[in-house]
Design a protein around this ligand. Structure first.
Ligand SMILES: C[S@@+](CC[C@H](N)C(=O)[O-])C[C@H]1O[C@@H](n2cnc3c(N)ncnc32)[C@H](O)[C@@H]1O
Length: 242
């Protein structure tokens, strides 16, 4: 189950997507934190912490942050856990991992969500922030999450989802599709950073609806599958390994 149809303007065959995405984030890595900081009005760190707390992250949990990027979700988890020693961060982009390593004393692993180098039943809590659109197949990825979670372990996926209403959709498109990439270029003077944010928009625009994500989570064998939203924009998908 694809998270979005292939984007022919970005890569010619679906097989070329992982390499394309990897290059995009490698090149954009040094700008990522700055750009998402002002782009989300400096709310990103407190939101990432609040949402993990609200969905049950507790001291003592062994945590896997998939698609950790520069470590923003994991850094928020450290504020709850009090330490990074039980956190593993996984990402395929060496550029993003290099930035994350400068900020966190967690365990870092280069790898992809679809096939992770961890034993079965390893983690109490698994997070994935704003990366669902980048995997090759939703169900394959969710089966992998189910495999590495301990029985009773919790999955939390954060995403930005296109709103439903006509007006909110219009402003969403205007901001993420035009204003945000334009301001990114203006502030960073980097075409790589602008491209990363353009791709952010294109994949959000093309993304399958939440019902398909929920269906894929159930099909992967996860239970208590649910989607909560904040401001009608921020999706929090949760599920539990039986
Ligand atoms: C928008 S960043 C999100 C970073 C971070 N989670 C956050 O909350 O800001 C998306 C990340 O997904 C990673 N990524 C892309 N494809 C992936 C895959 N197949 N498996 C795991 N991570 C992937 C990218 O390298 C990038 O670091």
């Amino acid at each position: 189950m694809l998270p979005h149809p292939p984007l022919p303007d970005r890569y010619t065959t679906l097989e070329a997507k992982p390499e394309y995405v990897n290059r995009l984030f490698d090149k954009g890595a040094k700008y990522y934190d700055g750009v998402v900081d002002w782009g989300f009005l400096k709310s990103g760190s407190s939101y990432r912490r609040w949402v993990q707390e609200r969905h049950g992250l507790k001291k003592g949990h062994v945590v896997l942050d998939v698609a950790c990027g520069t470590g923003l979700v994991a850094a928020a988890a450290v504020k709850i856990l009090g330490t990074a020693e039980n956190i593993t961060c996984l990402d395929p982009s060496e550029g993003m991992l290099a930035v994350a390593r400068t900020k966190l004393a967690a365990r870092f692993v280069q790898g992809r969500a679809e096939s992770m180098p961890f034993p079965d039943n390893s983690f109490d809590f698994l997070t994935m922030g704003y990366a669902l659109r980048h995997v090759m197949d939703l169900e394959v990825c969710f089966r992998e999450y189910c495999r590495v979670l301990k029985p009773g372990g919790k999955l939390l996926i954060l995403e930005v989802t296109k709103p439903q209403g006509r007006f909110s959709r219009f402003f969403f498109q205007l901001y993420f599709g035009r204003v945000y990439p334009w301001l990114t270029r203006l502030f960073t003077r980097s075409n790589d950073a602008r491209d990363m944010m353009r791709y952010y928009w294109e994949t959000m625009d093309a993304c399958v609806p939440p019902a398909v994500v929920l269906e894929a989570l159930s099909a992967a064998g996860l239970k208590a599958v649910k989607r909560d939203t904040s401001l009608g924009l921020f999706s929090e998908y949760t599920a539990v390994k039986p």
